[in-house]
Write a protein that binds this ligand. Structure first.
Ligand SMILES: [Zn+2]
Length: 207
């Protein structure tokens, strides 16, 4: 009997190891509109990617003007095209082709979320920090100049606690791109929301 039990445990462990990666859709809190890669017609990554273990959540802005009339599908397809090619940056430098969208999740102006790069692989950056271990969430807008929409705030208030809980990311490991690299990203207005998001996460963890 003992041997059978041991064998059963071994089978469970084996199946556990073979289980496919977490489906990002299952990470979404109820009520948040979500577009999976399949939904927006993502292309496959064009280069190999680095598997990583998530230890922090890092916020970015797109640094582009919010476009309420353009569909999220369209924005994600354009961002993937830009990402997967050698493309010029706003400051005149060229970026090399990346495997895929550099961020894992995209929060659009209406608060809907789009799936970017597979969450199990490290992102990419134009700046000098290593994004391995960072769950990268980008929010649509230029938050040096624009405000977050109420819908974006509402989504962040639910999405950030859900993601940090799922990956056991501590509240003080929620940060901004500019905490790691020479950049103004994610803009002052989004940066100023981070302490509140940290408090929200800390409060939800308190029994
Ligand atoms: Zn950034």
């Amino acid at each position: 009997m003992k041997r059978i039990l041991l064998l059963a445990c071994a089978v469970v462990v084996f199946i556990g190891c073979q289980r496919p990666a977490t489906n990002t859709t299952s990470l979404m809190p109820e009520g948040i509109a979500f577009l999976s890669r399949e939904d927006w017609g993502a292309k496959a990554p064009v280069l190999p990617m680095r598997a990583h273990r998530l230890t922090r959540l890092t916020l970015h802005h797109t640094a582009t003007t919010q476009l309420p009339d353009r569909s999220l599908e369209d924005k994600l397809r354009a961002l993937q095209k830009f990402s997967q090619e050698d493309s010029p940056l706003a400051d005149g430098r060229m970026k090399p082709a990346w495997a895929d969208i550099p961020y894992h999740l995209y929060v659009d102006v209406h608060g809907a979320v789009g799936e970017g790069r597979d969450i199990h692989y490290a992102g990419d950056s134009n700046t000098s920090y290593d994004p391995a271990g960072h769950l990268l969430v980008v929010v649509e807008g230029n938050f040096e100049e624009e405000e977050l929409t109420p819908a974006q705030m509402k989504t962040l208030e639910r999405l950030v606690p859900a993601l940090t809980k799922r990956y056991s990311i501590p509240a003080d490991s929620i940060a901004a791109h500019k905490d790691f690299a020479q950049t103004s990203c994610p803009g002052t207005r989004l940066y100023n929301e981070i302490p509140r998001l940290q408090q929200l996460v800390a409060k939800q963890r308190t029994p």
